[in-house]
Design a protein. Structure first.
Lengths: 226, 50, 224
């Protein structure tokens, strides 16, 4: 990697770190403690941004899938793949932190709250995406099939969310993650969202570079006259 | 406050998974490095069709 | 257009004839679906209030699992020959293949459901005259097969395809399952149309969306 892009990379990582520190400050020092739930409520400030960024990640997968199918440039497939990986990591974190929060707040590990349930289905959808990619050996075939799944899976997201929400109103009783938001909470949330967005970008860039290198080596191996 | 334990656990897991992914990337990079070295070696030894 | 439609029907008819002659898909899956029903009856105490609450779920779990098994077979013949090359000639053919296979798998699933549903109602001592169920079954099966046919074709290309197909398929059709179960619950309890309406709308929306998307995207699955 040449000098200029290395500089850009260092700036990006530095910015990410600074934003994270700012976020940590906001979450632990600036924002007042929630009256109802106490200190545990601070999980919210990472739990929610993780969810938003996971959704963003899968939207990126959707867009890159369409771009790959229309332009057939492998770079779109690489970005889609990287974004899906990071998305699954973040989605897993949403589920785990949501579970810990539920345990702390209500004493139960899981609640079939609409958002958590929809996130669970989302997790399965994109784990399946990654599994399919894992099981296809050939590059362009993997890209093609992955792109189809990236599109089909994302289109499902609003339908799943709607269906689960209606299902929940039909069977109420789940403890839900809700509460009013004071301005200071909103600002904190915003800072955290920005911090995690930059983290997402850093991780996807890293993963993409890695996958590109892997593809290059595969090509070198295949092109060698043996 | 017992609740702080949960708060700590949540944040720890967040960083654990994120760093886990970063280490995963490093691991793959090491594998790549090995493959590249193999390629370089075989290229250095090559004199003709094997 | 006469051309594409006749291709669709040809593909559909070929599968139907094959199945009528061998009867292998429908009979085994039928038995499986009935088995699932019976096993669930062991899982819950029969003839209690709980039973009538979980009955819709039982029915649709049986149909979902049977459906997934059936979907493995949609492109079975083409899989054994390892290519869809014989069927592929031009873009319109892709759609024709999809719709032909869709009609086939839809018909198979429907045939199984038509047999299983009365047995289910009998086993649970429910009223047999429930015409609204037919609507739910048709809409849900359309949803299942629209996605399932697409994924079945996709799965030809991957290793471990028998387990990957359910893993791919189930999360996507969650809305259909939810809607089907809820709507069936309304019907089994004799509730009004109004209660069912939202669920029917979800299924209709799902069906339309995925029929369109799958038709557009199918060519990318079978090319190459």
């Amino acid at each position: 990697m040449n000098g200029r892009s290395a500089l850009r990379h260092y700036i990006l990582v530095g910015l990410g770190f600074a934003l994270m520190v700012a976020a940590l400050y906001m979450v632990f020092i600036y924002v007042p403690t929630d009256k109802n739930m106490g200190a545990v409520q601070r999980i919210f400030y990472f739990h929610v941004p993780l969810a938003w960024i996971a959704f963003l990640a899968f939207f990126v997968v959707f867009v890159c899938s369409i771009l790959y199918l229309t332009k057939r440039d492998m770079k779109w497939d690489v970005i889609a793949s990287a974004s899906a990986e990071v998305g699954v990591v973040f989605t897993s974190l949403v589920l785990i932190t949501g579970s810990i929060w539920a345990k702390a707040a209500w004493g139960i590990w899981w609640t079939w709250d609409a958002r958590l349930t929809a996130t669970l289905v989302l997790w399965f959808t994109y784990v399946a995406y990654l599994l399919v990619r894992h099981y296809v050996a050939e590059d362009s075939q993997r890209a093609r099939l992955g792109a189809v799944l990236g599109i089909v899976g994302f289109i499902d997201v609003p339908i799943v969310a709607l269906a689960i929400m209606l299902w929940r109103t039909q069977h109420p009783g789940a403890l839900i993650f809700e509460g009013g938001l004071v301005t200071s909470m909103l600002i904190t949330l915003l800072v955290c969202i920005i911090a995690f967005t930059v983290l997402y970008i850093i991780l996807v860039v890293q993963s993409t570079r890695l996958k590109n290198m892997e593809a290059d080596i595969r090509n070198i191996k295949n092109n060698r006259p043996d | 406050m017992d609740n702080l334990g949960y708060l700590f656990a949540a944040y720890t897991i967040i960083w654990a998974l994120i760093f886990g992914y970063v280490f995963f990337l490093y691991y793959k990079q090491r594998k790549l490095r090995q493959q590249m070295d193999l390629l370089k070696d075989s290229k250095g030894e090559r004199e003709g069709p094997d | 257009m006469k051309g594409p439609l006749s291709k669709v029907l040809t593909i559909f008819w070929k599968d139907i004839l094959l199945e009528i002659r061998t009867k292998e898909v429908v009979t085994s899956i039928l038995v499986f679906a009935l088995l699932v029903l019976v096993i669930f009856n062991f899982a819950f105490e029969p003839e209690t209030a709980t039973m009538s609450l979980v009955a819709p779920g039982i029915l649709w779990v049986a149909f979902t699992f049977a459906g997934v098994l059936g979907l493995n077979r949609v492109f079975a013949l083409e899989r054994e020959n390892s290519r869809l090359a014989g069927l592929l000639l031009c873009p319109v053919d892709h759609m024709a293949i999809y719709w032909g296979k869709l009609l086939g798998s839809f018909t198979f699933m429907l045939a199984i459901e038509i047999v299983v549903t009365p047995i289910f109602l009998v086993l649970l001592n429910l009223s047999l005259f429930l015409p609204r169920l037919i609507l739910i079954i048709v809409l849900a099966t359309l949803g299942f097969t629209s996605v399932g046919t697409l994924f079945s074709a996709l799965a030809i290309n991957i290793r471990a395809r028998d387990i990957m197909l359910p893993i791919l398929f189930l999360p996507i059709v969650v809305p259909v399952i939810i809607a089907a179960v809820e709507a069936t619950a309304v019907v089994l309890q004799g509730g009004p149309w109004g209660d069912m309406l939202t669920w029917l709308q979800i299924m209709i929306a799902f069906d339309i969306i995925y029929l369109v998307v799958a038709t557009l995207v199918f060519q990318y699955v079978v090319e190459g």
